[in-house]
Ligand binder design. Structure first.
Ligand SMILES: [Zn+2]
Length: 115
């Protein structure tokens, strides 16, 4: 089954410096971001979790989404494999390694900044 990929379009209204788990303190310039992830099981629950305000911070993306003012503007569902979709997405990499702990395709990051 391959229809388990999603992209979160994220608005970061002002530049942030926040601690992101083991990555330490990272800087996120203000702008529009795209985060690419996948969930083979409980897909809708994963999306709902990303949208939830209160949760234990576990994944890198949790730390960004928990920051003041940061919000998901759109959720795009896809059947393209996670890393293929990520690499086909335009954008710069603000934080190397972000969301790529499980990536075995050498993406560098599963978070991209588009503007
Ligand atoms: Zn990847």
């Amino acid at each position: 089954m391959n229809d388990c990929t999603y992209q979160l379009l994220i608005d970061v209204p002002r530049t942030l410096r926040i601690a992101v788990g083991a990555l330490g303190v990272c800087e996120f310039p203000a702008g529009r971001y795209v985060y690419t992830g996948s969930a083979r099981r409980n897909f809708e629950a994963r999306i709902a979790r990303h949208r939830a305000q209160k949760k234990r911070l576990h994944w890198h993306i949790d730390y960004l989404l928990a920051a003041p003012g940061v919000r998901i503007t759109e959720v795009v569902r896809s059947t393209v494999a996670e890393c293929l979709l990520n690499r086909a997405t335009a954008g710069a990499i603000p934080v190397p390694g972000f969301g790529a702990s499980d990536c075995c395709a050498g993406c560098g990051s599963h978070l991209k900044r588009q503007a």
